[in-house]
Design a binder for this molecule. Structure first.
Ligand code: HEC
Length: 236
């Protein structure tokens, strides 16, 4: 009597287990007896924790959980196509000769003279305005001034401390003759002792800082947005 009771409850329990543990949804793991074994409680690098099981937390949405993204990763900047365009890589590759002149390593090089193409580029999508100059100044102060100097004379603290040299003076005739595109190119890919800035600044920011460099080179640029070639000898 007792034995068969155990036998029958055993069969009943097994039956219950067998019939409830599966589900008709082929993607479902069925009943989870130990959810921690199925779902890692650890923070996962590429999971958006702004939405967990249908609950939305605006503060956590589209936030980086991985600490450092791979080099040259293009950040997600929404769906505004103009903004997204400024985040995409520069379209002109370095010319094969740039290995010597710009000291480029591990770059995809082009057999065409893309540097000339770059030189022909116009200030790209960033029109002159006094606001742009202000923004350019901020970028310049944070990212360039320690080498290039407040006045663009190549005497930033990195240079005057003796730690570093070879930084050009922006007001030398040779530098003033640089086209916007050439400046863009050197800032984007780096040149000689100056590292590439493409992983630090997006295209829009690079064009913005070029506006600011022009305002260092040409006295009236910050007001007029025009390069007055004839002024350069008189302003000194
Ligand atoms: C670590 C120091 C350093 C930093 C930081 C730096 N530069 Fe330079 N930059 C240099 C040196 C050195 C050169 C000279 C490269 C050469 O001609 O070999 C140079 C050259 C240039 C040139 C001339 C390029 C050419 O084609 O002749 C421009 C324009 C320029 N830098 C802009 C910038 C801007 C804008 C920033 C900030 C976003 C910046 N640099 C940050 C060191 C630096």
């Amino acid at each position: 009597m007792k034995k068969s009771f155990i036998k029958y409850t055993g069969v009943l329990l097994f039956g219950l287990f067998a019939f409830t543990s599966c589900s008709s949804d082929p993607d479902s793991p069925g009943l989870e007896y130990m959810p921690d074994m199925y779902r890692s409680p650890a923070i996962e690098a590429y999971v958006d924790y702004g939405e967990v099981r249908g609950r939305i937390d605006e503060n956590k949405k589209v936030q980086l959980t991985a600490l450092t993204p791979p080099e040259f990763t293009i950040p997600f900047y929404g769906t505004d196509s103009n903004l997204v365009k400024t985040m995409l890589p520069y379209q002109h590759l370095p010319n094969a000769l740039m290995k010597n002149t710009h000291g480029l390593f591990n770059e995809r090089l082009s057999s065409q003279d893309e540097y000339t193409l770059a030189a022909a580029d116009k200030i790209n999508g960033v029109a002159f305005s006094e606001k742009v100059i202000e923004k350019g100044k901020k970028i310049y102060t944070a990212m360039c001034q320690h080498c290039h100097g407040e006045k663009g004379d190549g005497n930033g603290p990195m240079v005057t401390s003796g730690a570093y040299n070879g930084v050009p003076n922006y007001t030398e005739a040779q530098r003033m003759a640089l086209s916007d595109g050439q400046m863009f190119y050197s800032i984007y890919y780096g040149k000689g002792m100056m590292g590439a800035h493409r992983s630090l600044l997006n295209k829009e920011e690079i064009w913005t800082v070029i506006h600011y460099i022009r305002s260092i080179q040409y006295k009236d640029y910050a007001k007029t947005g025009k390069i007055a070639f004839t002024d350069t000898t008189k302003t000194k």
